[in-house]
Design a protein around this ligand. Structure first.
Ligand code: 5AD
Ligand code: SF4
Length: 429
């Protein structure tokens, strides 16, 4: 969501006549679009702003803008900590970036933070985007979150959940397809609750309807989405995935913890057994499904036994990939006030055990791909070697192979080797 907002900010600046700069030193305007999901994201911002201070002293005309979730959370405090910033704007007024910059130019530093997105028309989706890739695009389907996971700052900074109008989403995907986009990733904090607040002829559209409709748009060959909430992930969505050719066989289902006690304290609305049965249903319904997850280690009160339960669920679930995080207390969340905050060294040690287990499983899962023939979508040359191309399978696994191909090309590759986090292949056609 944050990266997509950055594309919108880039799009607005480009529409105002600006062009991307090749270096910080040459830039007239620097925009930092921040994340505050964990504390080290905040720390990074303030560290980076510190390093920009000297440049601003030398070139007072340089404009420094800070947007995103840390800006939303810190507001005026941000200017107090870094007085050389020109504009602070929040998550609900991305559309105002150019006006705020002009305002700062004329009148001096300005902070504008809104409490909520006031109308459909303020959705960043209506703003021009400057996409990194011509063939692949994000599409916002809902903003905000109505859940109350006790560790999470998102509801505080992104506000209540608002679904985007069904027809507007379809319209945007059609427009993207006509520009040559063949892969879309639908974005929402909790995609399964899409549509609850909408009404089409007396009925609320549901996420499964959206998958089917987007899947019927000419030119769209790959659909991904993030993220579903395990408590709301039901058969109808799995069936829509299975029946809609363009929807990739990929699911990101965030577990967070395998301990029922911790899941309850996190307010997640499911237990380990329910999670595993939903996962089993998804795999049964969607052949060749790749599954990724998010896991937090060291939530307040987590005992060795609770952590062991997480390892057990990870071993049973056999995720193809996991994003693992050390718990970070966020100001204003319930979990930050709980007793039993866990010592850093203990969290670190558990974290390493979890990563080791998951790496083994990811490696085995990738190993099982060897010998298979896969449709891949080219992303571009590999960062390390321009003679090697990086592509992605429908299951979202990165594959590297010899050859030079345009980003956006579909190829068939035979998978020849596997590591924990990538595959190697050869191009067949
Ligand atoms: N500490 C650690 N990880 C967190 N996440 C969200 N909030 C926190 C936090 N306070 C993780 C969750 C979520 C992912 C996007 O970030 O696992 O799914
Ligand atoms: Fe945060 Fe939970 Fe909402 Fe996800 S569902 S954004 S973890 S509160």
């Amino acid at each position: 969501m944050n990266e997509h907002d950055s594309e919108r900010i880039g799009g607005l600046l480009a529409a105002d006549g600006m062009a991307p700069s090749t270096s910080i030193e040459a830039a007239d305007v620097i925009v930092l679009n921040t994340c505050t999901i964990r504390e080290n994201a905040d720390n990074k911002l303030y560290g980076y702003l510190g390093s920009l201070r000297a440049i601003k002293m030398e070139r007072p005309d340089l404009k420094i803008l800070v947007g995103g979730c840390t800006a939303q959370k810190d507001g005026d405090l941000l200017m107090e900590k870094a007085g050389w910033v020109d504009v602070v704007f929040g998550t609900h007024n991305v559309n105002r970036v150019v006006e705020l910059m002009d305002h700062a130019d004329e009148w001096g530093p300005v902070t504008e933070i809104l409490e909520e997105t006031s109308s459909f028309d303020d959705f960043p989706s209506y703003l021009p985007a400057r996409r990194q890739t011509p063939h692949s695009a994000w599409v916002t389907i809902a903003i905000g979150c109505d859940n109350s996971c006790t560790f999470c700052i998102v509801p505080a900074v992104r506000g209540k959940e608002i679904s985007r109008r069904f027809g507007d989403i379809i319209g945007e995907v059609k427009a993207l397809a006509s520009e040559g986009v063949s892969e879309v990733t639908l974005l929402g904090q909790n995609v399964n609750s899409y549509g609850r607040d909408l009404d089409i002829n007396g009925r609320s559209p549901v996420f499964a309807d959206l998958l089917r409709q987007v899947g019927s748009i000419d030119g769209i060959r790959r659909i991904r989405y993030t993220s579903p909430h395990p408590k709301d992930f039901k058969e109808d969505v799995a069936e829509a995935m299975a029946e809609t050719q363009a929807v990739c066989e990929q699911l990101h289902l965030p577990l967070q913890s395998g301990s029922d006690r911790i899941l309850a304290a996190m307010h997640r609305g499911y237990n380990a057994e329910r999670f595993l049965s939903r996962l089993e249903m998804a795999r049964r319904t969607i052949p060749n499904l790749s599954v990724s997850t998010d896991i937090i280690v060291g939530f307040p009160g987590e005992t060795e036994e609770d952590f062991q339960a997480t390892l057990d669920v990870v071993a049973q679930a056999r995720f193809d990939q996991a994003f693992t995080f050390q718990y970070s207390p966020r100001p204003g969340t319930v979990a930050a006030t709980l007793d039993g905050q866990i010592e850093k060294a203990v969290v670190q040690e558990r974290f390493e055990r979890l990563v080791a287990l998951q790496n083994m499983i990811s490696h085995e899962s990738n190993q099982a791909m060897v010998g298979r023939s896969e449709e891949v979508l080219v992303e571009g040359p590999s960062k390390k070697d321009p003679g090697v191309v990086t592509a992605r399978t429908r299951g979202n696994r990165p594959v590297h192979a010899r050859g030079e191909y345009e980003p956006g090309t579909y190829l068939t590759m035979e998978i020849t080797e596997a590591a924990s986090h990538y595959l190697l292949g050869t191009v067949v056609s």
